[in-house]
Design a protein around this ligand. Structure first.
Ligand SMILES: [Zn+2]
Ligand SMILES: [Zn+2]
Length: 104
């Protein structure tokens, strides 16, 4: 039987990527505990313990978002950009300035 390939698809952009694991403790990355449950890909170019976070779920609306700066923000939790905009005033000033600099 062929193993089913797992694929992550961002709900905000066209980003698509296979992933090896979903959760916060990738078994192939030694002693790594992520701050969130995320879609993780084994880094094929590094022999051991390296991983790439391809995406996660927004902690507010639960949609799948990639880790790209245009789609999500990680501030103690993952937020998709539409939710960041909705709750803009609840973020600390440094994050607000950071977002304004990007001029979206
Ligand atoms: Zn995206
Ligand atoms: Zn959201």
């Amino acid at each position: 039987m062929m193993p089913t390939e797992l694929n992550f698809q961002c709900s905000l952009c066209d980003f698509k990527s296979p992933y090896d694991y979903f959760g916060s403790k990738p078994p192939f990355a030694n002693a790594v505990v992520l701050l969130e449950k995320a879609y993780v890909l084994k880094d094929p170019f590094v022999p051991e313990g390296r991983h790439i976070t391809v995406g996660s779920h927004c902690s507010v609306c639960k949609r799948a978002v990639c880790a790209g700066q245009d789609c999500s923000l990680f501030y103690t939790k993952r937020f998709c950009l539409p939710c960041v905009k909705k709750h803009f005033n609840e973020f600390p000033q440094e994050i607000q300035q950071e977002l304004e600099k990007k001029g979206s």
